[in-house]
Design a protein around this ligand. Sequence first.
Ligand SMILES: C[S@@+](CC[C@H](N)C(=O)[O-])C[C@H]1O[C@@H](n2cnc3c(N)ncnc32)[C@H](O)[C@@H]1O
Length: 238
Amino acid sequence: MRCLHAVVVRISARLFALWNQDFTETDTTINEPRETTRTRTRYDRAARLYDAMYWPAERLLIHRLRHRLWSRVPSGKILEIGVGTGENINYYPVSSDVTALDLSPHMLARARSRAVPEDARLEMQTGDVQQLDFPDDAFDSAVATFVFCSVPDPGQGLREVARVVRPGGRIFLLEHVRVDIPIIGMMMDIADPVAVRVTGAHVNRRTACLTRRLGIGRVMEERRGPFGMIQAIEIGVE
Ligand SMILES: C[S@@+](CC[C@H](N)C(=O)[O-])C[C@H]1O[C@@H](n2cnc3c(N)ncnc32)[C@H](O)[C@@H]1O
């Protein structure tokens, strides 16, 4: 089993390298960890096809989860992390003041082409959640949907988000995570090295557990979607 797993990982890594060979990396920061550069490159490469690839899941399930999440986000100064191609932009609360960032300039370029709700103010920028360029307590809330599965050091990223959200503010996450059913969880563990090389995202993270361990605030979570593989997490920053 281990041998087959190793072969599958090597073949996919080779295919990935071939697919990637004529792709130019963008905006690499000096001294940036290699895994962060890789993540950016994967999303830069995926940007063109991203919306088409996720359209079925978006229509079947995810748009409802986005709607539920954003109905809980109060208007005010909001940080959206990993805005991607901008799927959340339509849900921004009335009269909100949103700063949206993403590691990948190519994903961000897609987001920039979306219409912004008339009464919302939106500023977009490239940035890395593991190293945020904002002062402490700068935002009332932060939102990230399907982002921490691909952040190389999610603990560092979550600590940074908690730093820039004021005490009493809230962090809202939607994440696909490791399923608790043992046989499916095990399959996700086996598939993870391939998934991360092909899509840039881990499929077996335990994001709510991680946020609890970090002790950044009060954590509430709900499981949604098939086998409960999507977690809606709300953190009250203390
Ligand atoms: C799966 S996509 C989700 C996009 C969008 N939030 C959505 O719900 O459709 C993950 C996004 O997170 C971004 N991302 C990954 N690592 C990041 C980091 N360290 N800092 C900021 N953004 C990051 C990727 O570039 C990508 O656009």
